[in-house]
Design a protein around this ligand. Structure first.
Ligand SMILES: *[C@@H]1O[C@H](CO)[C@@H](O)[C@H](O)[C@H]1NC(C)=O
Ligand SMILES: *[C@@H]1O[C@H](CO)[C@@H](O)[C@H](O)[C@H]1NC(C)=O
Ligand SMILES: *[C@@H]1O[C@H](CO)[C@@H](O)[C@H](O)[C@H]1NC(C)=O
Ligand SMILES: *[C@@H]1O[C@H](CO)[C@@H](O)[C@H](O)[C@H]1NC(C)=O
Ligand SMILES: *[C@@H]1O[C@H](CO)[C@@H](O)[C@H](O)[C@H]1NC(C)=O
Ligand SMILES: *[C@@H]1O[C@H](CO)[C@@H](O)[C@H](O)[C@H]1NC(C)=O
Length: 378
């Protein structure tokens, strides 16, 4: 005789009193009771709580858990050292499986027992083993937008499950939330990091990391002017940040200057372009990071600025005022050129000093005022 029992979720119906066993259900009392479904995390352990019944006059001679593949689970290669029978040959058929693997979820596990005259098997437990996975939506994150991370499982771990989130291995907050999502409304660059989640009580089995990387439009777009006096020798670098303080940057005719655009962007700048502004009119001079004027003419005078563009957006630098003057009197140029060099070096130092200070301290420092210096020579 071989019965195939339905699972029951009701409590075990034997009352155990000291020394007396009273069966409340004598007829049709062959039964194995265990949950029909279980969801557990990879790497963790699961206990399948299970009880079984049979007519009182029988004596249990053999018990076993089995699956289609493995006749005796606790003795099989796959479950050796992992499967542990916690029950007995009376009424308890609980089974514990340690070190769960996702491959353990393929099977239905059933409890079987034999008495001195019959045998019986339960309906079985469907075990689902899931890893935690962090899903990021959207997949690419832009500064100022929102992002939602979801700690997902392939089966439901139950209503009482709570989650915790980690950023670079450290808990994001001390609270454990029943919600499996983590949202940032306005993403900032400081939110970048490696995120993972875990289920409360299984902190030792967190999900894999998901890297949050924040894209942003070009910023700190700066126009730099390098002035050459002799063959290829740069004597000054002037940045556009200081330009509002400059009434005009005067250079002698036939001088060579190179305008270089720099910017901080993620992903990096795709296009640079140079513009010249005369009055309200802007005209494109060149595409590219550098714009060289090798033999400056009076007509090259104007306000120069650059534009940096990436997939997120574009920004412009402030303008660099350039004035190209004609050399008329021998005396004037003899005085002016060295004066320009001195001033250019001074401004260059101011520019360098500001950049260094900003980089080192993250503050915008004012520095000495370049206006007065340039005034003298413009
Ligand atoms: C097992 O017991 C429950 C009640 O405890 C019952 O509903 C169910 O039909 C039983 N299953 C079998 C196969 O007898
Ligand atoms: C099973 O064995 C017990 C003794 O252990 C005996 O009392 C009982 O009659 C046997 N049952 C059957 C159905 O043979
Ligand atoms: C069955 O055994 C397990 C492990 O010893 C125990 O935790 C569980 O409470 C037992 N179940 C019953 C119904 O006694
Ligand atoms: C889980 O929660 C939902 C609503 O929050 C409720 O409707 C459902 O009955 C709960 N399920 C269990 C198994 O507690
Ligand atoms: C870049 O610009 C930001 C503000 O947009 C500023 O906080 C930061 O200090 C600047 N960095 C550099 C290197 O200039
Ligand atoms: C622009 O000029 C700078 C310095 O003069 C140089 O390092 C850089 O490679 C140039 N960039 C391009 C795209 O030519």
């Amino acid at each position: 005789m071989f019965y195939n029992g339905d699972h029951i979720s009701l409590a075990f119906s034997l009352l155990i009193l000291p020394g007396v066993i009273i069966s409340t259900n004598t007829a049709g009392s062959w039964n194995v009771s265990s949950p029909s479904r279980l969801c557990a995390l990879t790497g963790s352990s699961v206990t399948i709580f299970c009880t079984y019944r049979y007519p009182q006059e029988h004596t249990v001679t053999d018990v076993s858990w089995y699956s289609n593949k493995d006749k005796r689970l606790t003795e099989s290669e796959l479950f050796k050292n992992r499967g542990q029978f916690l029950g007995d040959k009376k009424n308890n058929c609980s089974l514990r499986i340690n070190g769960l693997r996702e491959s353990d979820s393929k099977e239905k596990y059933k409890f079987w027992f034999r008495t001195n005259s019959s045998e019986f098997s339960g309906a079985g437990v469907t075990l689902s083993v899931t890893a935690l996975r962090v899903m990021m939506s959207p997949k690419t994150v832009t500064e100022g937008r929102s992002v939602t991370l979801t700690c997902s499982t392939t089966c439901s771990l139950g209503n009482s499950t709570t989650y915790i989130w980690y950023k670079n291995g450290l808990p994001v907050s001390t609270t454990h939330t029943p919600d499996n999502t983590f949202s940032i409304n306005k993403v900032r660059v400081t939110d970048e990091g490696r995120y993972s989640c875990a289920v409360t009580g299984h902190d030792d089995h967190p999900s894999d990391f998901v890297t949050l990387s924040v894209r942003y439009a070009p910023r700190n777009t700066t126009a730099l002017l390098s002035l050459y006096m002799n063959e290829g020798t740069s004597v000054a670098v002037i940045c556009s940040k200081d330009a509002p303080a400059l009434l005009s940057l005067s250079i002698k005719e036939h001088t060579s200057v190179t305008l270089t655009c720099s910017s901080d962007a993620k992903p990096s700048v795709r296009h640079y372009s140079w513009y010249k502004k005369i009055g309200a009119k802007s005209s494109l001079m060149v595409f590219g990071q550098n714009y060289s004027i090798t033999d400056a003419k009076v007509a090259d005078s104007g306000q120069y600025y650059c534009k940096a563009e990436n997939i997120v957006g574009a920004t412009e630098s402030s303008t660099l005022p350039l004035n190209v003057y004609k050399v008329t009197a021998g005396l004037r140029s003899a005085v002016l050129v060295p004066a320009i060099i001195v001033v250019a070096i001074a401004v260059s130092f101011v520019c360098w000093w500001r950049r260094t200070a900003e980089r080192a301290f993250g503050v915008h420092s004012q520095g000495p005022d370049a206006t007065s210096l340039w005034h003298m020579h413009s």
